[in-house]
Design a protein. Structure first.
Length: 155
């Protein structure tokens, strides 16, 4: 081999170099201990993981979503005293920002209608209101992932 690039890669005067395919956006991923302090850590991580110029409303919706999903994962998807991990993944695709929160628990969340005097039970109500689509996906090995999509352009 002569060390020169193949003919398809050589630049020709007046022509642009060959196009390279667009590199897909790599999702941001965080592993957090399954404890209450991870809620604020997840909010901060998502807020810092968004690009400069992200619309303030989108950033606020995503930080509220991650707060609710991580709170649910800590409260309902882990066992107290166990060294378990919650995973958070954030990525843009198909006109949405996608947020996925995984925990090791087998209990599947369900949308409920808490009464006006209830002290809790509104987390998934907020998730449903803030996201264009959301779903609970069982994980192959154990646990589940809640995935929510928020439109990039405000709905």
């Amino acid at each position: 081999m002569s060390g020169s690039p193949p003919p398809s890669m050589r630049s020709t005067p007046g022509l642009l170099p060959p196009r390279t395919p667009a590199v897909p956006v790599v999702p941001a991923h965080w592993s957090l201990p399954a404890g209450p302090a991870s809620v604020s850590r997840a909010r901060r991580a998502v807020s810092q993981g968004l690009p400069d110029g992200c619309p303030p409303r989108l950033a606020a919706d995503l930080t509220l979503l991650v707060s609710e999903l991580v709170t649910n994962a800590v409260r309902h998807g882990t066992r107290p005293g166990e060294e378990e991990v919650i995973e958070v993944v954030l990525w843009p695709s198909d006109g949405h920002y996608w947020l996925a929160v995984s925990d090791p628990g087998s209990r599947m969340p369900a949308l409920a209608a808490p009464g006006p005097g209830a002290c809790g039970g509104r987390g998934l109500v907020l998730v449903d209101a803030l996201s264009a689509v959301w779903a609970v996906v069982p994980r192959r090995t154990c646990g589940k992932t809640v995935v929510a999509g928020v439109p990039l352009l405000g709905g």
